[in-house]
Design a protein around this ligand. Structure first.
Ligand code: SF4
Length: 344
């Protein structure tokens, strides 16, 4: 009864107030839904829209993505963050081309095995693209369900997560999986928001236990706090007489994995003072630490052949070098350096 009230109220609300014109809702093929779901994993809808459009325009089908180079993929991902998502999307496209003839699988056990696709993303793709009844449990849905049933405990713990999966299944109706999936995601994104839930506009307020007990702000229980350490590093911007900058490709794991950036050192003691120019310190936040990064421009007299020939290193000039996947702060610094030079 409670589940029926929830799904019917939600669907009626979605019909009138939900978002129906997002680019991936038009022609919701498994590929388009998949790309959108991966981009939306840690990024807001408004930021994702232009990236999604550029991505599917450039790679309209799974085989075109599978045949692209990692640099082409990361170039289109540049600025969106969490680059492992882009690398996994690329790897998964290659696996689908190889194991499923380029056709996105329609069985949840196959979908879950693809890199970068967890149970919730797999459910979201199959519900929206294939109208399968597969529950989802992304961050928005976790928040809605925690509040709806006043579930205590951080949702990252396995015991709470298990409970939430049970609820996600229980509340999902037997019909209209696509509309229901979009509706519950919309409710979390637009009404039952993280810091200011709009309960008076909520279609399920009558049955929401958090609203009844005034627990909306308290729930979901936040992640237990851990102090993040601060690391210091120096980005060496080597510039040669041909007006090129030295970049190297980072290892595929770790921050900005697989992207191109300046060499980094953890201290500046061995750097000579001549021909160096210190730029303003930058502050970056990662999930496990803060990074204070000081860029230093270093003029070098000529190209080093060993550096030039290395496959994971390049002398780069944005005007004539090939397209590279650049870490966002690197891209900003390069734009700044080359823009300043071209100013009169
Ligand atoms: Fe969220 Fe408030 Fe709706 Fe409950 S009533 S689901 S807390 S918006």
């Amino acid at each position: 009864m409670r589940a029926h009230h929830f799904s019917q109220s939600l669907l009626a609300w979605f019909d009138q107030h939900g978002r129906h014109h997002l680019p991936w809702q038009k022609n919701p093929t498994p590929y388009r839904v998949w790309v959108s779901e991966v981009m939306l994993q840690q990024t807001q809808v408004n930021t994702v829209i232009p990236y999604f459009q550029r991505f599917v325009e450039h790679f309209p089908e799974i085989p075109t993505l599978a045949h692209a180079t990692q640099d082409e993929v990361l170039h289109l991902w540049s600025g969106l963050g969490y680059y492992t998502r882009g690398r996994n999307l690329h790897k998964a496209a290659q696996l689908i081309s190889h194991d499923f003839d380029g056709i996105f699988p329609d069985k949840i056990e196959d979908v879950i095995k693809l890199p970068g696709i967890g149970r919730s993303t797999a459910g979201a793709i199959l519900a929206q693209a294939h109208q399968q009844r597969q529950p989802i449990l992304d961050a928005n849905v976790k928040r809605v369900l925690c509040r709806l049933d006043a579930i205590r405990g951080w949702p990252g713990t396995s015991i709470v997560e298990k409970k939430l999966w049970q609820l996600a299944d229980q509340y999902m109706p037997q019909t209209q999986p696509r509309a229901y999936t979009q509706a519950i995601m919309d409710l979390g994104a637009t009404i039952c928001t993280h810091s200011s839930p709009r309960c008076t506009h909520c279609p399920v307020q009558k049955i929401c236990l958090s609203k009844q007990q005034n627990l909306q702000i308290e729930l979901p229980t936040p992640r237990p706090r851990k102090k993040r350490p601060t690391k210091t590093a120096y980005a060496l911007i080597l510039k040669n007489e041909q007006n090129e900058i030295f970049l190297e490709q980072r290892p595929s794991t770790g921050i900005w994995g697989g992207l191109w950036s300046f060499p980094e050192v953890s201290n500046n003691k061995t750097l000579s003072e001549s021909d160096t120019d210190y730029l303003e310190k930058q502050h970056h936040t990662f999930s496990h630490y803060y990074l204070e990064l000081t860029p230093i421009i270093i003029q070098t007299s000529k190209r080093s052949h060993t550096i030039q020939d290395a496959s994971a290193a390049i002398w780069y000039n944005p005007a004539h070098s090939r397209k590279l996947g650049l870490a966002a702060p690197v891209k900003r610094l390069i734009n700044q350096l080359f823009h300043e030079e071209s100013d009169p």
